[in-house]
Design a binder for this molecule. Structure first.
Ligand code: GLP
Length: 244
């Protein structure tokens, strides 16, 4: 695991973007694993700007997202479908049929899970997986637990995550309590992992990840130590507990 420490969130986005840009330019049909949340937003902005300048072409790129809240309609403004549409898909020339997220709104969750695993099997190994990190070390929606899913599954969100994500909703009661999320093996089925961590709220998680003392399912991000090419881009605030 490689750590790149940056001054601020803008530098984090720029450094992460360099990796994404090089990969898409050298492999125009790249498969990107995408994340939601605030962490990747500045990176997505740079991808959009680069497309607008004519530097990057997404016409052959495929994207697969990490997760989606269970029971939420894709048209709902709080859904991750909507988030991706607003923050990236509608602003670059990605083809709609090449963008995938779990369809978590129907009654039959098992079917949605099987369908998403089939999508992941079909797209194969990704070129880059972009990740954020939860304050409790969750990645995608794989919450700290005695056991973690290998493949896509239905997961219960912890109170910590519900509280952290409540800022996107009118009230905490509106935050869904379950999600369909890629499992740990799915997340690692990528050539490169880019993990973005910015802000003081992430400092304990970043310190724990950096120390890398043990692989611990109660700190899911620690499993990334098993991946051969993980780069953590952290800003000064997120990294401030390291060497303290
Ligand atoms: C959610 C998402 C994760 C994301 C995390 C951190 O729980 N499922 O994929 O990494 O939040 O979010 P943020 O980037 O907003 O801090």
């Amino acid at each position: 695991m490689k750590f790149v420490f940056c001054q601020d969130a803008s530098e984090v986005a720029e450094k992460a973007f360099e990796v994404v840009k090089k990969r898409i330019q050298s492999k125009p049909d790249s498969v990107l694993g995408l994340a939601t949340g605030s962490s990747p937003l500045a990176l997505y902005d740079l991808m959009i700007q680069s497309y607008e300048k004519g530097e990057l072409d997404f016409s052959q790129v495929t994207t697969v997202n990490l997760d989606e809240y269970a029971g939420i309609d894709p048209a709902n403004t709080q859904s991750y479908h909507f988030f991706m549409e607003q923050n990236l898909f509608s602003k670059v020339n990605l083809k709609k049929e090449n963008t995938f997220l779990p369809r978590a709104n129907g009654k039959n969750k098992q079917k949605a899970i099987e369908e998403y695993n089939a999508v992941l099997d079909q797209v194969g190994i990704r070129d880059i997986q972009i990740l954020g990190i939860g304050q409790n070390g969750h990645i995608a929606f794989n919450e700290p637990s005695d056991v973690l899913n290998c493949r896509t599954g239905l997961v219960d969100l912890t109170q910590n995550t519900i509280a952290a994500n409540a800022r996107f909703f009118e009230s905490i009661e509106e935050v869904p309590t379950q999600a369909i999320s890629m499992g740990m093996a799915d997340i690692m089925h990528t050539r490169t992992v880019i993990l973005i961590a910015t802000g003081k709220k992430k400092s304990e998680a970043v310190k724990k990840l950096y120390d890398g003392i043990k692989i611990d399912t109660h700190f899911p991000a620690s499993l990334l130590w098993l991946h051969p090419d993980t780069i953590v881009f952290a800003d000064w605030e997120a990294a401030y507990l390291i060497n303290k």
